[in-house]
Design a protein around this ligand. Structure first.
Ligand SMILES: [Fe+2]
Length: 193
């Protein structure tokens, strides 16, 4: 048995964003590559360690943190490549949001409110295909608070490194507003399929 290695995705086109500097994105991408590297080394180590050992148990326990650190960043970067997308996509998203949210803007407003909850983590929006509705949640760090089995349609990084340019914390709202200006809504709408 051998796991496939993960390869860091190429985000070199993420330059010249609205309100977010190239240096800020570069620092963020460096962190992302670290998650990919540690995820690969952890999967390799897990196969080498004795599964009855404490070391194996601890590595196994930490895997979700590193994996989510990698994958959530990919979702976050993917949705700001070549924004802003079409109005048709916003309409498609709005249809999926009804009747929980009155409008697309109503959904964005709730995400922005969640994005300034004190703490480090992510704001996530999911489509629950079982109940047929979209639900927004706060995810603590990378791994606490995800909703099992739901389709992730939007994610916003609110770790301090993501809005570092805007420190202190009171400026976090500016980062959130700028990030939304860069979102490619076509990418988000395609996740509803
Ligand atoms: Fe991040």
């Amino acid at each position: 048995m051998a796991y496939k290695e993960f390869t860091p995705k190429d985000y070199s086109q993420l330059k010249g964003l609205i309100g977010i500097t190239d240096e800020q994105i570069q620092a963020h991408l460096d962190l992302y590559r670290g998650y990919v590297r540690r995820c690969n080394s952890m999967l390799k180590t897990l196969q080498e360690l004795d599964p009855t050992s404490q070391a194996w148990q601890e590595e196994r326990r930490r895997l979700g943190w590193e994996f989510n650190g990698m994958r959530l960043h990919e979702v976050y970067f993917d949705q700001i490549v070549k924004g802003p997308g079409s109005n048709d996509s916003k309409q498609k998203i709005a249809s999926a949001l009804s009747p929980v949210f009155k409008s697309f803007d109503d959904w964005v407003k709730e995400l922005k409110s969640a994005a300034v909850i004190p703490g480090i983590g992510w704001v996530a929006s999911y489509l629950d295909k079982v109940s047929g509705q979209v639900i927004n949640v706060w995810v603590n760090e990378h791994d606490q608070g995800h909703l099992a089995g739901l389709q992730l349609i939007f994610i916003l990084d609110v770790f301090e490194h993501a809005y570092g340019k805007y420190l202190p914390f009171t400026e976090r709202k500016k980062y959130v507003d700028d990030y939304f200006e860069n979102v490619n809504w076509d990418v988000v709408a395609n996740r509803l399929a």
